[in-house]
Design a protein around this ligand. Structure first.
Ligand SMILES: N[C@@H](CCC(=O)N[C@@H](CS)C(=O)NCC(=O)O)C(=O)O
Length: 198
């Protein structure tokens, strides 16, 4: 199957999909969407104008969670969604929290809409603080059975949590020991480390 992967520099949601593609060893062609294309030519791919999107043999799909669930169904390779119904539900719980509650409010366009008075530095600071405040609340319900976020295996929950934590650090926040430890743990395992987008 031919997979086109539409991404943009610094996109946290696209990083999740790229990590999943790499981990599952699915070959793909990466298309870099420029800021100019995002509001013009790229709208033919995703009319909402957000990355990521993929096209699999011409079937176009956006939304990182939907994309990764589709990859899980259509491609062989290691599962990222656990092995029992409870594990899958728990993984989706964590991903949903990261995707909806943490990521969405700190999206550039959202802040531009709600807080147009803020300069770029203030927005960056606010974004980092929001991510950290939410991550603090997540701590008590992940990494319970092992150092992985859910259960005893690497999953999509690890990808979502590690990626959003890295975004907080990029915004200049102080490290949170719990999440730095989680990230280091993932990076100790070769297949996970090599699949993490740089
Ligand atoms: N829920 C979407 C979120 C996608 C999203 O927010 N993408 C960001 C980059 S991480 C974007 O394209 N933002 C453009 C903008 O805010 O104008 C997903 O999971 O794919």
């Amino acid at each position: 199957m031919e997979v086109m992967f539409y991404s943009a520099k610094g996109s946290n949601s696209a990083e999740r999909v790229e990590w999943a593609l790499n981990y599952k060893q699915i070959p793909y062609q990466r298309v870099e969407v420029t800021p100019e294309a995002m509001g013009s030519s790229y709208l033919k791919v995703n009319p909402i104008g957000f990355v990521p999107a993929i096209a699999v043999d011409g079937f176009v799909l956006s939304e990182s969670m939907a994309i990764i669930e589709y990859l899980e169904e259509c491609f062989d390779g290691k599962s990222l969604l656990g092995s029992t119904s409870q594990e899958r539900a728990n993984i989706r719980r964590v991903c949903e929290y990261v995707n909806s509650t943490i990521h969405s409010p700190q999206n550039k366009s959202v802040l531009r809409f709600f807080r147009p008075e803020l300069d770029e530095n203030s927005k960056r600071k606010l974004r980092g603080e929001w991510i950290c405040e939410c991550l603090e609340k997540l701590k008590s319900s992940i990494c319970i059975e092992s150092n992985y976020a859910v259960g005893q295996c690497f999953s999509l929950a690890d990808i979502f949590v590690a990626s959003i934590y890295k975004k907080a650090l990029q915004h200049g926040t102080d490290e949170i020991e719990f999440f730095s430890h989680h990230l280091s743990y993932l990076r100790e395992e070769r297949q996970i480390a090599t699949s993490e987008p740089s």
